[in-house]
Ligand binder design. Structure first.
Ligand code: C5P
Length: 231
């Protein structure tokens, strides 16, 4: 049996801005917003069922006509004050057909260069690790710790260190609980796996492609433009 999964996309941040007042996920590359590239990367996969996108209340850019993509539902809900709060809202807003034990994928709005092969690897890992799995890549550069002056204080061992990417895949109910617990404790969680770690769940690290990067800087945007032009 091969399951199909719903995705949650937190897209309610104003974040770093490119080109005026527009949130970065709405910057266009090859005639489509970064967010639409991201949705396309997910929903074009046969094992992705639908997407719930968390939007800011004052979002003036979301295309209201976009309710289906690749014949699959694209739903929206209100985001929250943090990424974690936006993900919590989106989990709560998923259709009732998504069971509390069903795996949900959380994926960054501004991580558009996701390959089907990476999704396949994640889905394969979930079969053996139903408590959760995330895409990630090992740290390859030498790591330096800085002192207060910006000089090198130490070299940190990089073995066993990974960079966490998305999608991050967890059971709907458990992830909602983990995010709720973190919020109650006032803990700032920067990804879903961190919330799960707090409640003792050890997600599987699945090595993914280095080019599944988050667009954060203008150089990242230029890199994505280059990748799309080369397709
Ligand atoms: O700022 P950063 O790049 O870490 O944001 C990660 C993701 O979380 C972005 O897709 C952003 O839109 C989303 N976010 C959100 N709600 C917030 C803050 C960020 O959905 N309140």
């Amino acid at each position: 049996m091969s399951s199909a999964y719903w995705c949650v996309i937190p897209a309610a941040g104003s974040g770093a801005r490119f080109g005026g007042d527009m949130p970065k996920q709405y910057v266009e590359v090859a005639g489509r917003s970064i967010l639409l590239h991201t949705l396309d990367a997910l929903l074009s996969h046969p094992r992705v069922k639908g997407a719930m996108v968390a939007l800011s209340n004052d979002d003036a850019y979301w295309p209201a006509a976009l309710t289906r993509l690749h014949g699959k539902p694209v739903l929206t809900c209100a985001g929250g004050v943090s990424r974690a709060a936006s993900v919590s809202n989106a989990l709560a807003a998923l259709p009732v057909e998504v069971g509390q034990g069903d795996i949900v994928l959380v994926h960054d709005a501004a991580r558009p260069n996701l390959a089907h092969g990476d999704l396949d690897a994640l889905f394969d890992a979930l079969a053996a690790h139903p408590q959760g799995a995330i895409l990630a890549a090992p740290v390859r550069d030498t790591l330096k710790r800085a002192n207060d002056e910006g000089d090198i204080a130490a070299t940190e061992p990089r073995e066993k260190l990974w960079r966490a990417f998305t999608p991050q895949a967890f059971p709907r109910g458990l992830l909602a609980k983990a995010l709720g617990d973190a919020a109650t404790a006032g803990a700032q969680v920067t990804d879903e796996a961190m919330a799960m770690e707090r409640i003792g769940i050890r997600a599987r690290l699945v090595e993914g492609r280095e080019d599944n990067f988050k667009i954060t800087t203008p150089a990242d945007l230029a890199r994505f433009e280059f990748m799309v032009a080369r397709r």
